[in-house]
Design a protein around this ligand. Structure first.
Ligand code: GDP
Length: 320
C-alpha cells in the first residue's frame, strides 16, 4: 500500500469513531493495525503500537466524558503513537565550521626573542560517507546533502569513490558543477579506496568543513560491496555514515538495512523517492529494526527536493 492510501485508511479508521464505545474503538484499532501491516510495517511494531494504544485508551478515556472529548483524546493517542513509531529524536549534525575558525596567534618569548606562535584549532573536517544499493539514490543524495549544508554556510566538497557504476563520476561531476560544489574524482584509477583517500586528503588540506563521499553500490547485497565499504571506511574514518535507502522498496527494507548495518554501522538514513508512490511502511520498520533515525527524505529528482525528516510533519500529513 502506498503512503497516500495508508493515510486515507488511517483517516477513515479515525473518522469511523462516533460514540467512542468500546466496540468502536476496538474496531478502529484493528483497522489501523491492518492498514499498517498492509504498508509493510513490521508485525512486532504493530503489536506494540496496538498494546500502547489500548493501554492509553484505558487510562485516559473516562466513562463519564462526552463522545466528542473521547474522540479528541483518541486522535491525540493515535497521533502520538504513530509519531513514536518514526521518531528517533535526532537532528542532522551541525559540524564545526573549521573553514571560518581563525588560528589563534599569540606572542611568546622564546630564547629571549619575541616569537609569534600559531595554535591550531584542532578541529577536523566532518566526513560523511554514503552507502546503499545501486539505484537507491546515493549520487543524487550526495549533491542534495552538499547543497543543504552549503545553504547553511558550510564549505562542502564531494568525492566520487564509485568506480563500479560506469558514469557515476560524470553524474556526480555534472550535479556538482550545476550546484557549484567542489568535487573530486578520477577517470583512471580503479581503486575506490585510493580515490576516497585522495579526495578526502585534498579537501582536508583545504580545510573543508564537510566532505561527502559517494561509494559504489551493487544491484544486490553482496560480499564484495560490503568488503569495499569496510575498506573505504577504515581508510577515511568517516565521522558519519549514512545509508541511502529507496523509500519504495517495502518489505525488503528491513533485511537490507540489517545487512548494511552489520558492515557499515551507519548512523542515520536518507530515505529517497518519498514522492510519488512511496511505500514508507517498510522503511519505517527498517528504521525501528536498526534503531537508526531517518535524517532526510528525498522528495524528487531535483537537487532541492530534499527535506529534514520531521516525524510530526510526516504523521500530520499522513493523517491529513
Ligand atoms: P545511485 O545508484 O544510488 O547513486 O542512484 P542515483 O542517485 O543515480 O539515483 C537513481 C535514480 O533515482 C535516478 O534516476 C535519480 O534521479 C532517482 N532519484 C534519486 N532520488 C530520488 C527522489 O528522492 N525522488 C525521485 N523521484 N527520484 C529520485
Amino acid at each position: 500500500m502506498v503512503l497516500a492510501d495508508l493515510g486515507s485508511r488511517l483517516r477513515g479508521a479515525l473518522s469511523s469513531v462516533d460514540s467512542a464505545s468500546e466496540d468502536e474503538i476496538n474496531s478502529m484499532v484493528k483497522n489501523i493495525c491492518t492498514a499498517l501491516l498492509e504498508s509493510d510495517v513490521n508485525i512486532k511494531l504493530v503489536v506494540k503500537l496496538r498494546d500502547n494504544i489500548k493501554a492509553k485508551v484505558k487510562s485516559e478515556l473516562k466513562e463519564n466524558e462526552t463522545s466528542a472529548n473521547k474522540r479528541k483524546k483518541l486522535q491525540k493517542i493515535i497521533y502520538d503513537e504513530l509519531c513514536g513509531l518514526v521518531d528517533s529524536h535526532e537532528e542532522p549534525p551541525k559540524p564545526k565550521k573549521i573553514s571560518q575558525t581563525k588560528s589563534q596567534a599569540s606572542t611568546k618569548v622564546i630564547n629571549g626573542k619575541k616569537t609569534k606562535v600559531v595554535k591550531s584549532t584542532g578541529a577536523n573536517s566532518h566526513i560523511i560517507m554514503l552507502v546503499g544499493l545501486q539505484g537507491a539514490g546515493k549520487t543524487t543524495s550526495c549533491t542534495k546533502l552538499a547543497v543543504w549544508y552549503k545553504k547553511r554556510g558550510y564549505k562542502v566538497g564531494l568525492v566520487c569513490a564509485d568506480t563500479f557504476r560506469a558514469g557515476a563520476f560524470d553524474q556526480l561531476k555534472q550535479n556538482a558543477i550545476k550546484s557549484n560544489i567542489p568535487f573530486y574524482g578520477n577517470y583512471h584509477l580503479t581503486d575506490p579506496v585510493q580515490i576516497a583517500h585522495m579526495g578526502v586528503s585534498t579537501f582536508k588540506a583545504e580545510k573543508f568543513d564537510i566532505i561527502i563521499v559517494d561509494t559504489s553500490g551493487r544491484h544486490r547485497q553482496e560480499q564484495s560491496l560490503f568488503d569495499e565499504m569496510v575498506q573505504i571506511s577504515e581508510m577515511i574514518k568517516p565521522t558519519q555514515t549514512i545509508m541511502v535507502m529507496d523509500g519504495s522498496i517495502g518489505q525488503a527494507a528491513e533485511p537490507q538495512a540489517k545487512a548494511f548495518k552489520e558492515s557499515s554501522d551507519f548512523g542515520s538514513i536518507i530515505l529517497t523517492k518519498m514522492d510519488g508512490h512511496a511505500k514508507g511502511g517498510g522503511a519505517i520498520s527498517a528504521v525501528a529494526a536498526t534503531h537508526t533515525p531517518i535524517v532526510f527524505i528525498g522528495t524528487g529528482e531535483h537537487v532541492n527536493d530534499f527535506e529534514t525528516f520531521k516525524p510530526t510533519t510526516f504523521i500530520s500529513k499522513l493523517l491529513g
